[in-house]
Structure formats: C-alpha cells, structure tokens
Design a protein around this ligand. Structure first.
Ligand code: ADP
Length: 456
C-alpha cells in the first residue's frame, strides 16, 4: 500500500519479538520439568504443585444428582449435573457474568453473590420439577485460584490471580466463607468438594476419554493438573498414603518463571502488563498466554505505534487508552477474517473504537494477532511437554483434555499447540493429542463430589 508507514521491517521487528524457536522451547521445557519437581519436593515453591486430594480415576459408574458452582475468572456458572452411569451424564446450567467491581468487593459479598445465584438456580429448578424441594444435594465448588488443601472439602486461598483482589479471602478457608454465605441465605446444599477447574477438566476428561493424563485450562487464566504417584511427591511422605496411590496435582503452572524472569522470552509489553497489574512479578507464564492478557498485549503494541506516529495518523484514538479495553476475542475475530479487504477488522475498529483503518493497518493487525496468539499456544505446549516428560509417557502417548475459550474459539489454537509439541519432541510429539475437555468445571466437580462420597 502506497505511502504506508507500515513497512516489512516493522512486521519483522514484531516477528522477532514474538517468535519462539524450537531450541528456545526445549530449554523452557527443561527448566519447567525442574520447576515441577521442586514443587513436588517442598511446600511453598513458586509453582506450588498443590495436591488436590482427589485419588485415582473415576470408574464411569458414578451416579446421582450433583450441584456444581464454578467461580471462574470471567463468569459464575451454576450447574445441575446428573450422572447416570456408563460414562453418561446430563448438565443444566446458568451463567452469570462477573463485573470488575465484583472482583474487588469485600470477600464476604462475593460469596453472598455466589449463594444468591445458587439459591435462584435451585428455586427455578424446583419450580420446573428437575429437583425435589427440600432435597439437600451434594455440591462441588469449582474455585479456580491456588488453594492449599489438606482434604477435599477445605482449602485456604494462597493468593488471588486473574485480576481478582477481594479483601479478606487470601489466607482464609474459602469453603468456610462460602458455607457461611450459604447458611445466611438458607441454601440447602452440602459442600462436598472444593475443586480447581484444572482438576475438574482432568477428571471430566478422563471420565469421557480414559487416555487422558493431563487437564489444561486455556481461558481467562492458564493452568494444568495431572495425576501423580504419591511415591513421587516427597513433600507428602509423612501422610502415610501408599506410594502407588494416584493423586491429582493442581500445578498452578501460571506462576512458572515468576519473580526471577529467567526463562520466558518476555517483551516490554509483557513487562508493562506485569508491573501495572494488581500482582506484579506473579503469574509470569499465565500473563504471556491467557485470555485475560492477550488483548492487552495487542493494545500496548498499538499504543506504541500510535505514539510513534505509525498507525491511525490524525485520528482520535482516545477510546484505545483504557487498560484492558481490547478483548482477546478480537484477536480471534481478526485472525478469522478471510475477506480480501479485511472487512471484519474494519468493523472491530469502527464499531468499538470509532476508528477508521487503512488496509495496510488491518493487514498488520491480522499478522500481529497471529504472532501473539501463536506465541501463547507454543508457550502452552511447553508446559504440556514438561508434564509429559515428567511422567515419561512420550512413547506410550496420551490425550490432554483442554477447556477454556482460547482453546475452544481461537482459530488454529489447537493446531499451533500440536505444532509446538512436534517442534519440541520431533515426530514423537504426535503421540500427544489434545481434545476439548467436555464441560470440565461442572462435570468434573460433580464427578469428584461423587468419587468423594464413595471414598467416605
Ligand atoms: P473462564 O476462564 O473465566 O472460566 P473462559 O474459558 O470463557 O472463562 O475464558 C474467558 C476468556 O477468554 C476471556 O479472557 C476472554 O477474553 C477470552 N475469550 C472469549 N472469547 C474468545 C474468543 N472467541 N477467542 C479468544 N478468546 C476469547
């Protein structure tokens, strides 16, 4: 395009910043394996490798009605899950979007909101006759933030992540806080299991696909869980659990490379995001990968180019000034635009930011989205490869159950993960496949509540 300040050198500059070579990926994987091992050895490590107190795999024969409440990063979901045996199930659910305000308000109010939503859900389910009035159903509480657990129905929040900051929750038992709100609102449920969404994804995926060995979340945040032999968890040896027992581990791998910043190829945009976040230096891996941050990385590159006079010359760009105003979903939209004039990208900018774009700008944006999305997928594949290596299952292969909007909706994300795995492992990388974790948080929580019941 004539007279455009967007040159091929400019695109190459960003390519260089955001591209991960196979060598770099392999060195990240090696450091990652060591980090996973350290977390299993000692408590209090940066990547805490939290024992989830879910033992073994589901049989597929778990049955009954269960409630599941999922406090994710973006939505609150309430589900009624009916397990009917033979790996079959049915889910009814309702979703409520969380506001930024709710992520910061007093902790007890956040749990009151959860109890309220659950109460409303139960009332309408009773009115419809899907559940009997007066029945006290067991509930799995999916709470996707790092909690220290010493049993399945108890967990102390270590720290908030994904932009949450509600006071008086960190350091407290979240099941107790939630139980208090349930009591206050007279909600008749018994909180049976506290479940991380990754553990939910792992167990739900294994229920529907027994080749599953790892569960991953690629949504607002990024995390993984897998099952480890207790004998390989030195920090648990005093508990007297037999070595051969399988225990789900919530890795909290989003914290990889936090504080030291030695292994990840961070750009200055990643640094700005980190330093201006409510948790500087934490969740270094997650901040390069997950849905909460990719749009913001993109916005920061745009801001730089606006300031340098490269894009949007003479236009009012004030609508792009607000932090986090550029949703990661727009990266998906831009990458999906196959029209020669990139007409979908035209409307992203004209509708949401009142900015008219040139074709050269749109082509650049599409390429930039691709770079940021690809880096995210390839970094995620490094984490997956590290667990595969730790478990030594590359030859036998496995499936990884993945849940979250990035994996489900970002065009080509799955393929980029698989390409990352073959860049790391060569042809053998193809032994590792991924699949969508079917309703991980709701189904997983319910199955875990059922497994807990049988164990007791
Ligand atoms: P959660 O992780 O909160 O349970 P999701 O898995 O839906 O929920 O993830 C929400 C995140 O996914 C948000 O950060 C949002 O920006 C991002 N997202 C939503 N839609 C898309 C999309 N089409 N493509 C990529 N990212 C998306």
């Amino acid at each position: 395009v004539e007279d455009s300040p967007i040159t091929s050198e400019l695109i190459q500059k960003y390519e260089k910043l955001f591209t991960l070579t196979p060598e770099k990926m392999r060195s990240i994987v090696d450091a990652f394996v060591e980090t996973l091992k350290r977390g299993l050895e000692q408590y209090g490590q940066v990547v805490p490798m939290i024992p989830a107190f879910v033992f073994g795999w589901p049989t597929g024969e778990e049955t009954g009605d269960y409630l599941a409440l999922d406090l994710g990063g973006t939505n609150l979901r309430v589900c009624l899950v009916t397990l009917s045996g033979g790996g079959k199930f049915d889910i009814k659910q309702k979703k409520y979007r969380l506001t930024e305000e709710q992520k910061q308000m007093e902790g007890s109010l956040l749990f009151d909101f959860c109890a309220d939503s659950l109460s409303a859900f139960l009332e309408s389910a009773q009115a419809e006759g899907t559940i009997k009035a007066g029945a006290e159903l067991p509930m799995g509480f999916t709470f996707s933030y790092p909690c220290q657990q010493d049993r399945i129905d108890h967990g102390i929040l270590i720290r908030w992540t994904k932009g949450f900051g509600n006071p008086n929750v960190e350091g407290f038992d979240v099941t107790q806080l939630f139980a208090d709100s349930l009591k206050k609102h007279n909600v008749p449920v018994s909180l049976t299991a506290l479940v991380n969404d990754t553990t939910g994804a792992l167990i739900a995926s294994h229920y529907t696909n027994p080749r599953t060995r790892i569960g991953v979340i690629l949504g607002t945040g990024c995390n993984a869980a897998y099952a480890e032999r207790v004998g390989n968890i030195p920090k648990m040896k005093d508990l007297g659990i037999p070595d051969d027992t399988l225990m789900s581990i919530n890795c909290e791998w989003g914290a990889f490379d936090s504080f030291e910043h030695k292994h990840l190829p961070r750009t200055k945009y990643d640094e700005i995001i980190d330093l201006t976040s409510n948790k500087p230096h934490e969740q270094a891996f997650e901040k390069c990968i997950s849905g909460r941050y990719l749009g913001e990385i993109f916005r920061l590159v745009m801001k730089e180019l606006i300031d340098e006079g490269v894009i949007f010359l003479g236009k009012d760009t004030s609508k792009l000034n607000e932090e986090y105003c550029f949703d990661t979903a727009y990266l998906s939209t831009m990458e999906s635009d196959m029209t020669p004039e990139l007409l979908t990208i035209v409307s992203v900018f004209s509708q949401h930011y009142k900015i008219e774009t040139t074709l050269a700008e749109r082509q650049f944006f599409k390429a930039l989205a691709n770079l940021i999305g690809t880096r995210s997928a390839r970094l995620a594949s490094c984490g997956m490869a590290a667990i595969v290596k730790k478990l030594d299952i590359l030859d036998e292969g496995c499936s990884i159950g993945i849940d979250g909007s990035l994996y489900d909706m970002y065009p080509g994300f799955k393929e980029r993960i698989h390409e990352g795995l073959t860049d790391i492992f060569g042809e053998k990388g193809k032994n590792v496949v991924t699949h969508h974790a079917e309703d991980g948080s709701g189904l997983g929580s319910a199955i875990i509540a059922a497994m807990t019941k049988t164990r007791k």
